[in-house]
Write a protein that binds this ligand. Structure first.
Ligand code: PPS
Length: 292
């Protein structure tokens, strides 16, 4: 089953959302000017993007005491390929924080000189799939596929936004030497948020006091973010989301796939993904109670 063209189009082998970007704009990204101080958060969709955006923003704005507290997350961390508000990114002050779902080969070429920083967050793909399935019901910009089994087949075939999860993760990982990049997993953030925040501060060269780190950790918890209208994405206009069907911050857990996938679906998933996943150097956590 092919994705509906109303919701997805391919650009150089990767699926994008037609309402929110264009071929011309994506073409222009190759020469997008990069600054040394830029930070790019790269993820496959539903892997913890908004969570990490919030953490980055908190780290850079040290608890939001610099006037950015009135801005929504979308203004604080700008989407590279979906410039929804038509913002002139070149005129934005440094340090600029960007988020992106693009595969490694579609990034601005200036990013390959290892000057700017890239943070790549990866999440176990079964939870990504389940999160994605629920999000496609809430998001009015994604095609709603009622049947989870059909949605899973699309996911396994890469016929979804940002294309195949395996290609995205493998691509970024195998080209890591081209970038100044830090890999983090959603699950390690979930298990020990403070250590993940410190890892980020260290990579980004940001020196925060203990108290400031505590404030970042406190404001980045699921419950705090869910209650914060500037961070929970409910500021998105009604043409983007149908909140009667769910929320952007849905469950925020590890292992929710077990509540959704049948034994047969899990076996089918493994038969398509397992071999390649096992070749990745990332140790995935499929259940928060697993020993690490
Ligand atoms: S998107 O649409 O690609 O930007 O989505 P993304 O932000 O990558 O992923 C959404 C999932 O991340 C969860 N989330 C969190 N989990 C734990 N803690 C915090 N603070 C947090 N913030 C967002 C969000 O709930 C989505 O996962 P699911 O499993 O659907 O709950």
């Amino acid at each position: 089953m092919q994705p509906d063209e109303k919701y997805l189009f391919t650009y150089k082998g990767c699926y994008f959302q037609p309402d929110l970007t264009s071929v011309e704009y994506l073409d222009s990204l190759e020469d997008f000017e990069i600054r040394d101080s830029d930070v790019f958060l790269v993820t496959y969709p539903k892997s913890g993007t908004v969570w990490t955006e919030n953490i980055l923003s908190l780290i850079y704005h040290e608890g939001h005491r610099d006037g950015s507290e009135k801005l929504t997350l979308l203004d604080r961390v700008m989407s590279l390929e979906y410039n929804i508000g038509n913002v002139d990114y070149a005129s934005r002050p440094s340090p600029r924080l960007f988020a992106s779902h693009v595969p490694y080969y579609l990034v601005p070429k200036g990013l390959r000189n290892r000057r700017a920083k890239v943070v790549y967050v990866v999440r176990n793909p079964k939870d990504v799939l389940v999160s994605y399935y629920h999000f496609s019901k809430t998001s009015l910009k994604l095609e709603e596929v009622e049947d989870f089994g059909i949605f899973m087949e699309r996911f396994l075939a890469g016929k979804v936004l940002a294309s195949l999860w395996l290609d995205h993760v493998e691509g970024w990982y195998s080209h890591r030497d081209d970038f100044n990049i830090l890999f983090l997993t959603y699950e390690e953030m979930k298990k020990d948020l403070r250590s993940s925040v410190l890892k980020l501060c260290n990579f980004l060269g940001r020196r925060l006091t203990e108290k400031e780190v505590d404030a970042v950790v406190d404001q980045a918890t699921f419950n705090k973010m869910k209650a914060d209208p500037r961070a929970n994405y409910e500021f998105m206009p009604p043409e983007f989301m149908d909140y009667s069907k769910g929320h952007f911050l849905r469950k925020g857990t590890v292992g929710d796939w077990k509540n959704m996938m049948t034994v047969a679906q899990n076996e089918r998933f493994d038969s398509v993904f397992k071999e390649r996943i096992e070749k990745l150097p990332i140790k995935f956590c499929w259940d928060i109670n697993e020993e690490s």
